[in-house]
Design a protein around this ligand. Structure first.
Ligand SMILES: [Zn+2]
Length: 331
């Protein structure tokens, strides 16, 4: 896999070779054939530059008309444009390329904001010192994002310290009647946050570029650099769970898939030679993970943890729920 930044120079002009139905084939200014002229389009707008002049006639030998615009013909604009400005239909995807984000962007966000609900919850449970350590360990960032209340960013940093993307998530703190801390949950429509109209999740790469070839990695993949070949890698689904578990069980390595769909070879490959323990949420997730693993990752050294199955927790609970309950109800 080749890694590159997301800003790439591309030509502004190209022949309009979109699907026949959408093709702007018009009358050739030289031979007059009414359906032989393929015009030149501006890839930033998708519009022909000047269909009466710029383009190439299909009748290469019989007519041979070919006229190409320069920057002057479009008001002195550059003929090389950023791929970020180019309309999607003109972008050529190379499957072997993954775009990456400048690590400076990530490091700038990596500041401990004690008012960001997720970080505040960590501090309440584990103290500020351990929370700050966890923040640096996983490069957790905090940033402004529309009207959301100080969401955090879970960066996906791979074992080469390439920043693949960041997932922006808003959390909210749930309190007991006496005002004490009860839980921290992702803001999404449902009983915990009735005012939420949509799940407050967004991706950093969408805000830096429309031409972004995303190849996700495990949240925490960069921790492989701190491991040795005998290390056991613990996999959970949610980023929050990996962070909470890493503070509670600091001698184990925790990573998150960020979603069941990431239990696939392209994402799991870096763990191929490690012992892996996966921790599905309690209940029906167990069977789903089991199925995914046997279908997608048959030759991986994976054990499935049944730890949660025996705990007195509602279905859908994960390790973080178990830990948070132990901290808030130590009895
Ligand atoms: Zn012609």
């Amino acid at each position: 896999m080749d890694f590159r930044s997301y800003q790439n120079g591309m030509p502004r002009f190209t022949l309009d070779k979109r699907k026949p139905r959408g093709r702007y084939k018009t009358k050739c200014p030289k031979c007059g054939d009414i359906k032989s002229f393929v015009c030149v389009v501006d890839t930033t707008t998708g519009e022909p530059v000047d269909a009466s002049r710029f383009g190439v006639c299909d009748h290469e030998r019989r007519c041979g008309y070919s006229c190409w615009p320069t920057g002057k013909d479009v008001g002195g604009m550059s003929i090389i444009v950023s791929s970020n400005e180019v309309k999607k239909e003109f972008l050529v995807r190379d499957e072997d390329i993954a775009n990456v984000i400048d690590p400076e962007i990530m490091l700038k966000c990596c500041i401990f904001d004690p008012d960001a609900p997720f970080l505040k919850a960590l501090s309440t449970m584990f103290g500020e010192e351990k929370s700050i350590l966890a923040m640096h360990k996983y490069f957790i960032g905090a940033r402004k994002y529309f009207s959301w209340n100080k969401p955090v960013i879970f960066w996906q940093v791979d074992r080469f310290f390439k920043v693949r993307t960041g997932k922006i998530m808003e959390f909210g703190i749930l309190s007991n009647e006496d005002g004490s801390f009860r839980d921290v949950k992702r803001v999404q429509p449902g009983k915990n946050f009735p005012e939420a109209t949509s799940p407050h999740v967004a991706w950093i790469h969408n805000s830096v570029s429309t031409d972004y070839s995303l190849k996700q990695c495990l949240f925490g993949e960069h921790l492989l650099n701190q491991s040795h070949s005998e290390s056991v890698i613990n996999i959970v689904e949610a980023e929050k769970t990996a962070v909470v578990a890493s503070i509670y069980y600091p001698d184990r390595i925790w990573m998150a898939t960020g979603g069941l769909q990431n239990l696939r070879p392209e994402v799991m490959l870096p763990l191929k030679n490690y012992k892996i323990i996966v921790h599905p949420d309690k209940g029906e997730a167990f069977g789903k993970w089991e199925q995914k693993i046997s279908a997608n990752l048959p030759d991986y050294n994976i054990k499935m943890s049944k730890f949660l199955e025996s705990k007195d927790l509602p279905d859908g609970s994960d390790i973080a729920d178990y830990i948070i309950r132990r901290i808030t109800n130590p009895g």
